[in-house]
Design a protein around this ligand. Sequence first.
Ligand code: 2AL
Length: 232
Amino acid sequence: MKIQVINPNTSQDMTHSIDASAKNIASVLTEIVTVCPKKGVESIEGHYDEAISAIGVLDLVQQGRSDAVDAHIIACFGDPALHAAREVADAPVIGIAEAAFHVASLIATKFTIVTTLSRTKIIAEHLLHEYGFAHKCAKIRCIDLPVLALEQDANATYERLKESCLQAKTQDGIGAIVLGCGGMSKMVNQLSEEIGIPIIDGVGAAIKLAEALIGLGVKTSKWGDYAYPTIK
Ligand code: 2AL
């Protein structure tokens, strides 16, 4: 099976780190193809950035469909253009926030999200409501570092992330933590070991859910609102 992983921002460093995480967790029979748009924004940290990234995501989904991939993953925590991507695709399309919420809910009654800048908090809040997980999320914590700090200053960022995860563990009354950025994926193993409660990285969750959907033989429904866009 072939899974296309789309990093919606144009950062090559983040695309490489997401690619490494995806390949690390994928089954040996899964081929991972990680791509990012040529044009767009280098990091996605707000509504404007999400809107700019949407066309790049949709073009890449079209390309993945031409290449007959078995699933597409949108590897940005705002799940930009997810519903539109499902109209364009026939294979399953999974967003990393959506995947992480589902997986966290299966292993804990409550979770905390630890994300990047405070301004992205509202995006996670909207997704929790849209997907029906608002009652499962105890708190959204922000490390208040920009997305690209995850690539440029990984050690300092890791320490901030760890501190926030430890506070979540001891103060939030939760059983699991969801990492709120695709660029945090590479830190999940060390964090899980050091924090000692389940830490869910959306990239890994999405890969495993994609493999499960492919195994089940189910694709994006073309009956109803996810039907192909009407030709104008
Ligand atoms: C993200 C993400 O996952 N990738 C990106 O560019 N921005 N979201 C976030 N909340 O930091």
